[in-house]
Design a protein around this ligand. Structure first.
Ligand code: C5P
Length: 238
């Protein structure tokens, strides 16, 4: 058992928090809006770090961020910060660079959006135990519940067709991949100007297909103002 513990890959956490959250139309980036008087970023980080699974945590921040010093997280010695980039993928790559000296190539990296404070510890545990021995890794995801329409461009959007949803899932976070595979997948995808809105898309582009691990659909990403009340309600039920 002891030998096993020594050789088993470790877990690292990256929480990209360098976005400016334009869709929230708020006076500050959405990760610094408050629920029950706490920054969303603080709620997200404490929920993940308090599971005690991570060897280290890197948070990429925007160069113009002046809220961070007010966060609880800034006083937490488990958390390191680095500078973020133009897009989410650039921020994640910058965090991977910043971790370089500390990680082994096969260590697992879990990337989780700062704007998803409702992540549930049971989902995190299930993600990790499902993927621990997998060669590629994967992500929390939820099957699509609504009927989906593709729209035609025009004045008022008009239905072009109904899309078969039976194989469609919403990609959530955390997304869990091995350090060196994720690093090269992100680097290549960005160099080749691929659209990379999550880590999985970069892995897919490299030909490594991630596993979809079903998670709770209430692991929402705070994106528009109405999501803030919804997240407050979800958190009050845990
Ligand atoms: O804007 P979006 O909702 O896709 O952002 C998802 C997460 O990625 C947020 O936590 C945001 O702070 C982060 N992000 C980032 N660097 C960027 C853009 C977004 O770290 N350049």
């Amino acid at each position: 058992l002891c030998e096993n513990l020594m050789t088993s890959p470790r877990l690292w956490l990256i929480v990209p928090a360098a976005g400016i959250g334009q869709r929230m139309r708020a006076e500050c980036p959405k990760q610094y809006l408050r629920i029950n008087n706490r920054f969303i970023l603080d709620i997200t980080l404490s929920r993940l770090l308090d599971t005690g699974r991570f060897t280290g945590c890197m948070v990429p921040l925007n160069a113009s961020d002046h809220w961070w010093p007010e966060s609880d997280a800034s006083n937490d010695n488990r958390i390191q910060t680095c500078s973020g980039g133009v897009e989410r993928a650039d921020s994640v790559l910058s965090a991977l660079h910043a971790l370089k000296e500390q990680v082994a190539p096969d260590d697992w990296v879990l990337v989780h959006d700062a704007a998803r404070p409702c992540v549930h510890s049971a989902d995190l545990a299930n993600l990790v135990s499902t993927l621990m021995d997998h060669p590629v890794g994967g992500l929390l995801a939820a099957p699509v519940a609504d009927t989906l329409k593709r729209a035609d461009f025009g004045g008022l959007p008009e239905v072009a067709e109904t899309v078969d949803r039976s194989q469609l899932w919403r990609a959530l976070t955390p997304q869990m991949f091995r350090y060196s595979m994720l690093f090269s997948a992100l680097e290549t995808a960005l160099q080749e100007k691929q659209p990379v809105t999550d880590e999985s898309s970069a892995m897919e582009f490299s030909g490594n297909m991630p596993v979809l691990v079903e998670g709770r659909p209430d692991n929402i990403k705070i994106t528009v103002p109405a999501d803030l009340d919804l997240a407050g309600f979800i958190l009050s039920r845990f």
